[in-house]
Design a protein around this ligand. Structure first.
Ligand code: 13P
Length: 250
């Protein structure tokens, strides 16, 4: 059975103290039991070590990015190996904000994915179309190229440590969610692509998360769909009560 995962992308939000308060609140809820198999938070780099120490493995902690090289003269950057050495277990690769504001292409992301897996991180690889791409009915084509060019160079063994997140750009931070049927349609398409590139067992084992204005009100319907294995949550992950409600929406 594939894992049910609810992950919170804090983006560039929360001070270290605000983050620590949130972790404490989440831990309390997790200790009394949640429906998701894994709860992961993705804080800004500077908070990672403080969060991982306080999360004590009850909540998993991941980074929002890593550099594509193993080390070297890349001022301001952080390597996958450094993350792993600080007990960070996950990394987001290919978030649409990185693609749009930092010019991250599928080719670059393919390198990041490789370096992260080599450092034994679990990769959460993001894909999703923009509004014009959806309106032109090009979303399947766009998602296919994001996965084929950025992810499918991996071996079957490496794919076992990958989670895929479908985040339609038009739904991120807009309050406009994909309907459960729209999400299911794309998730089933993604699972079929994984099946075509690998095998039934890899396709059935990969968790595919939905992201984009997911909240306590709509999570239940989204998570009721057979190919929606959880969520990658932005705004609603910053409040413990909302995030936990989403983690219980199965
Ligand atoms: P929102 O939940 O704020 O729309 O953000 C989604 C997202 O980008 C998570 O990575």
């Amino acid at each position: 059975m594939r894992k049910k995962i609810v992950a919170g992308n804090w983006k560039m939000n929360l001070t270290v103290n605000e983050g620590l308060v949130l972790i404490e609140e989440l831990k309390k809820e997790v200790s009394s039991g949640i429906m998701a198999d894994e709860l992961i938070v993705f804080p800004p780099y500077i908070h990672l070590t403080a969060m991982v120490e306080n999360a004590q493995n009850e909540i998993l902690v991941g980074a929002q990015n890593c550099h594509q090289e193993e080390n070297g003269a890349f001022t301001g950057e952080v390597s996958a190996h450094m993350l792993a050495a600080s007990n960070i277990g996950h990394v987001l690769i290919g978030h649409s904000e990185r693609r749009a504001y930092f010019n991250e292409t599928n080719d670059l992301l393919a390198k990041k994915v490789e370096v992260a897996l080599n450092a034994s991180l679990t990769v959460v690889y993001c894909c999703g179309e923009t509004l014009p791409e959806r309106e032109e009915n090009r979303h399947f084509e766009i998602i296919k190229s994001q996965l084929t060019e950025g992810l499918f160079h991996l071996t079957a063994e490496q794919m076992a440590n990958v989670v895929i997140a479908y985040e339609p750009v038009w739904a991120i931070g807009t309050g406009k969610t994909a309907s459960a049927d729209q999400a299911q349609e794309v998730h089933a398409f993604i699972r079929k692509l994984v099946y075509d590139a690998y095998s039934t067992s890899i396709a059935q084992g990969v968790s595919i998360l939905y992201g984009g204005s997911c909240n306590p009100t709509n999570a239940n319907e989204l998570f009721s769909k057979p190919d929606v294995d959880g969520g990658l949550i932005g705004g609603a992950s910053l409040k413990a009560i909302d995030f936990i409600q989403i983690a219980n929406a199965y």
